[in-house]
Design a protein around this ligand. Structure first.
Ligand code: NAD
Ligand code: IPM
Ligand code: MG
Length: 362
């Protein structure tokens, strides 16, 4: 049966990195007898320019008729003066909400080739292998009211709201994931201050009773931010609310060597998912062929694994990435401890990945 992948390149380096991931996917589909069509739509600033809105109905409709969505990034200085409703970022929050993608998985792995050159090089860094499960469609980023108040508009309110059910479904995803990994969950909250965090903790403890084989600990977010750097090998699955997960995942990307190395999968109860790098549109390097495409290529691997049941091919991408880094080949955002190291462009890196996948298959 024909599968449909909708591609939303977005802004800045978004079109460059999605083009790379699409090339890798097409190369894989061409040799695995899969009938897959790619349909491109606009989102973010590109959609504002073309249609006057960051999330056109046409884009939402197309996503609803897809097996998976591959997204680049949105935003950039060109749209910084827009009103809140017309910010490119609203397109991103909007599509996640419209598709009901409540669980955002951000895997963090320290690649050996990059660890050796890292200023964080210590034995613990070599064992970094955890996944952040970030709640994606609730909390502060979606709370209402969110507005300026008062006669002079000099008071502001943002609302942090969660229902028990919204917490339950993402916590359940985290426990399910832990069963397939090292069976450890760290739940991160601010239960010493926030009521929402106290309910979060309750739900985690209730769920834990149904998963006696999973070890559960709780950490406060401020201390967790410190421990991510000082003792990251303790983590297996971290589960946390939307804003904490947003901030902690960028922090954790440092352990991988670059924000350009961190993929993500936004999931719901069925197999439909949205896959995107954790990084943004990187306006400072857009259009220069400097963007690291690996976060998006690794997101494409997650797409194969979670939406198309192609575990073997997903692992082929991940192996190819590891091999290329071990050979000292990298984009300019990375540092590799190999005297023969070679800095390559976005498209050259993509060529290397495709070549390595094909070489491993023959
Ligand atoms: N998912 C998304 O679409 C998303 C995520 C974060 C930020 N944003 C938006 O992107 C715009 C820029 O935000 P920012 O500068 O704070 O964050 P950013 O992630 O775009 O960039 C931060 C730094 O990391 C570098 N970087 C990011 N991705 C890279 C890659 N693949 N290869 C090499 N270097 C890379 C950039 O050059 C920059 O120096 C803003 O409008 C922001 O709202 C979008
Ligand atoms: C651009 C922004 C809305 C987005 C988020 O906070 O979810 C980004 O930071 C991310 O991490 O994907
Ligand atoms: Mg973010």
């Amino acid at each position: 049966m024909m599968k449909t992948i909708t591609v939303l390149p977005g802004d800045g380096i978004g079109p460059e990195v999605t083009a790379s991931a699409v090339r890798v996917l097409k190369s894989i589909f061409s040799t695995s007898n899969r009938n897959v069509q790619f349909i491109e739509k606009k989102i973010g600033g590109a959609a504002i320019d073309a249609y006057g809105t960051p999330l056109p109905q046409e884009t939402i409709d197309q996503c609803h008729h897809s097996d998976a969505i591959l997204l680049g990034a949105v935003g950039g200085p060109k749209w910084n003066q827009q009103s809140m409703q017309l910010r490119p970022e609203q397109g991103l929050l909007g599509i996640r909400k419209a598709m009901g993608l409540f669980a955002n998985l951000r895997p963090v792995e320290a690649f050996q080739a990059l660890v050796d050159a890292s200023p964080l090089k210590q034995s613990f860094v070599e064992q970094v292998d955890f996944v952040i499960v970030r709640e994606l469609t609730g909390g502060l980023y979606f709370g209402r009211p969110s507005e300026r108040l008062g006669p002079n508009q000099d008071r502001v309110v943002d609302t942090l709201a969660y229902s028990r059910q919204e917490i339950q479904r993402v916590v359940e995803k985290a426990f399910q994931l832990a069963l397939k990994r090292r069976r450890k969950i760290t739940s991160i909250d601010k239960a010493n201050v926030l009521e929402s965090s106290r309910m979060w903790r309750e739900v985690v403890n209730e769920t834990a009773k149904r998963y006696p084989e999973v070890a559960v600990t709780h950490q406060l977010v401020d201390s967790a931010a410190m421990q991510l750097i000082t003792n990251p090998s303790q983590f297996d699955v971290l589960v946390t609310e939307n804003m904490f997960g947003d901030i902690l995942s960028d922090e954790a990307s440092v352990l991988t060597g670059s924000l350009g190395m961190m993929p993500s999968a936004s999931l719901r109860a069925d197999k439909v998912g949205l896959y995107e790098p954790a990084h943004g549109s990187a306006p400072d390097i857009a259009g220069q062929g400097k963007a690291n495409p690996l976060a998006t290529i690794l997101s494409a691997a997650l797409l194969l694994r979670y939406s198309l049941d192609m575990d073997t091919e997903a692992a082929q991408i991940e192996t190819a990435v590891r091999q290329i880094l071990n050979q000292g080949i990298h984009t300019s955002d990375l540092h590799v401890a190999n005297h023969e190291d070679q800095i390559v462009s976005t498209s050259e890196m993509t060529d290397h990945v495709i070549h390595a996948i094909n070489a491993n298959r023959t």
